[in-house]
Ligand binder design. Structure first.
Ligand code: S3P
Length: 165
């Protein structure tokens, strides 16, 4: 089975999936990277030029392709869980983990996170917190919850996830 990492923006999906891939047989797949490669522009540019709806449609196609792969760890974008079809596709071939921090962890990482994420770029902290809370039920729909806390290394999360597999 594949390993699928979900979670709000800046929860560490990319770093933890890299760590998993380094210490195991799983090859790394990052669905945002697949989108960037397919479209030839950055995520920020896709949102600016084509809008969120187009991004979500492309994301859905890419998730389908990723779910067809074998022995991979899939780092997904934070909004993947919003579409039930994405979760259905990923669940056919993978175990879905949710990286779950308190909002304080996101707040700490926000300055850096804003640089590459259109949904954080101009949003107020109140709106970001609201998005975080609104998405909670979608993240709760995953198979395993991994608590994200300040200061833990990506490798330690990777070990925890690999032990479950
Ligand atoms: C998004 C998260 C981003 C990226 C896009 C939308 C979201 O990925 O897919 O900016 O809706 O949460 P990360 O979770 O890797 O930042």
């Amino acid at each position: 089975m594949n390993i699928v990492l979900t979670g709000f923006m800046a929860t560490g999906k990319t770093e933890i999936s890299k760590a998993i891939s380094e210490i195991s047989k799983y090859n790394l797949v990052d669905t945002d990277d697949m989108i960037v490669e397919q479209e030839g522009i950055t995520i920020n540019e896709i949102f600016d030029k084509c809008g969120e709806e187009y991004f979500r449609k492309t994301e859905c196609e890419v998730i389908k392709k990723a779910a067809e792969m074998k022995n991979v760890v899939i780092a997904t974008g934070g909004g993947v869980v919003l579409n039930e079809q994405n979760i259905e596709n990923l669940r056919k071939t993978g175990v879905i983990f949710n990286l779950s921090p308190d909002f304080s962890v996101i707040r700490e990482r926000l300055e850096e996170a804003r640089k590459t994420r259109p949904l954080l770029k101009q949003d107020s902290i109140e709106n970001i917190k609201k998005r975080f809370d609104d998405r909670k039920p979608f993240y709760d729909n995953c198979d395993y919850k991994i608590k994200v806390i300040h200061g833990r290394t990506p490798r330690s999360y990777a070990m925890e996830i690999l032990e479950i597999m």
